[in-house]
Design a protein around this ligand. Structure first.
Ligand code: FES
Length: 369
């Protein structure tokens, strides 16, 4: 009754995944999961949080690498043997390690599609990256943990609260389980799937990526399902985290199959979540288009009053820290020195002269510090 119902890998981070009937469990994740990733030329990671139509690219496995199909149907074969001989510095969420760079022809092809300078990176045979606080656990290009599990009942409950149907791809799980009640996973500490034991490390905190339609590559206009999750899955002790699904590490290697029994070995106290269902409504955007200037770090760019400040700065190569890109975590806050801005998300997100650049648009010329 309690069983593994779906398995997924994502060979290239942020691109379309592959559904499998069975998969090899390794310490760093399911075999072939997130072995490739896009970066800028400095090695900083790029995901569908900032280039949403990455989700429309389809990788398929090849005997010596990958075949990658672009949204228009054109494709390239990418051979491991053609990656750089030497490693280059690479960064994911402030975690620095090294990886190999794809040949120029592939990077140029991707850069043309994505209209910015892109490199495809390969992790190599052995990952030099480690899971935070777990120095013995290697990690792929995944955000922070080797495995992410979703409970089907939790997804169904979330979907029942949304206006639109949801796809499991919006949450990019590796493992989907069935037969449990909704959010039963909140209290799991250790589980066994087939012959593999997994430890639950933490709930998975969610970001703007969940709002990207996996077919069109467009964000949902009112940020569903994240806006709904915020109403009942905001962590009471860490309100910067909106949780859905759980992150795991594997104690042993093995093969897991759809249909395998899922057993609960040990439980723990679940987190407490703030419940504000029905209290938050999306704001509409009504301003007609106008050009504005945005000053930051002694640079002045010409932008507009429609797009969030973070995206406008990034478009001009100006880096601002971020995490959720959804007005939740606070990482993207800058001080508003001059001018006014408008929040796209209801709530007190412009405070003490600070604004969240991922969720605010300028109303006029602004200066930030
Ligand atoms: S990036 Fe999280 S609030 Fe802006």
């Amino acid at each position: 009754m309690y069983h593994l119902s779906q398995l997924y890998i994502y060979p290239i981070k942020s691109m379309r995944g592959l559904q499998l009937s069975h998969a090899q469990v390794t310490k760093h994740g399911l075999a072939f999961d997130r072995l490739f990733m896009l970066t800028d030329f400095q090695g900083n990671f790029i995901t569908a949080r900032n280039i949403t139509n990455l989700v429309c690219f389809t990788p398929a496995l090849h005997s010596d690498g990958l075949v990658l199909q672009a949204p228009d149907g054109q494709y390239k074969t990418i051979l491991l043997s053609q990656f750089s001989q030497h490693t280059f510095p690479t960064e994911v969420w402030g975690n620095n390690f090294v990886s190999f760079v794809a040949p120029t022809e592939i990077n140029q092809w991707l850069s043309n599609y994505l209209q910015q300078d892109i490199q495809l990176r390969w992790l190599g045979e052995d990952s030099h990256r480690r899971v935070k606080n777990y120095p013995d656990i290697p990690l792929s290009f995944a955000d922070g943990y080797p495995y992410m599990l979703i409970n089907e009942a939790s997804l169904q409950l979330l979907e029942s609260r949304c206006q639109n149907t949801l796809s499991v791809y919006q949450f990019r799980p590796n493992i989907v389980v069935s037969g449990f009640s909704a959010f039963a996973e909140d209290s799991w500490k250790t589980i066994r799937i087939g012959n593999v034991i997994f430890d639950v490390i933490k709930p998975c905190s969610r970001c703007i990526l969940t709002t990207v339609n996996p077919i069109t590559g467009k964000k949902h206009p009112t940020r569903e399902p994240l806006s709904i999750l915020e109403q009942f899955r905001t962590n009471a002790e860490k309100p910067e985290d909106v949780d859905f699904g759980i992150n795991l590490i594997a104690r042993n290697n093995g093969i897991i199959r759809c249909g395998d029994r899922v057993e609960l070995i040990e439980q723990q106290q679940p987190n407490i979540y703030i419940n504000r269902l029905g209290s938050e409504k999306p704001l509409s955007s009504v301003n007609s288009y106008k050009k504005v200037t945005i000053c930051y770090q002694n640079k002045m760019i010409t932008g507009n009053n429609q797009q969030v400040i973070l995206e406008q700065l990034e478009k001009h190569g100006i880096h601002v820290n971020y995490a959720c890109r959804a007005g939740i975590c606070g990482h993207c806050a800058l001080k508003l020195i001059k001018g006014t801005a408008r929040s796209l998300k209801k709530g007190n997100i412009i405070q003490d002269g600070n604004l969240l650049t991922c969720s605010c648009v300028p109303l006029e010329n602004i200066e930030l510090s």
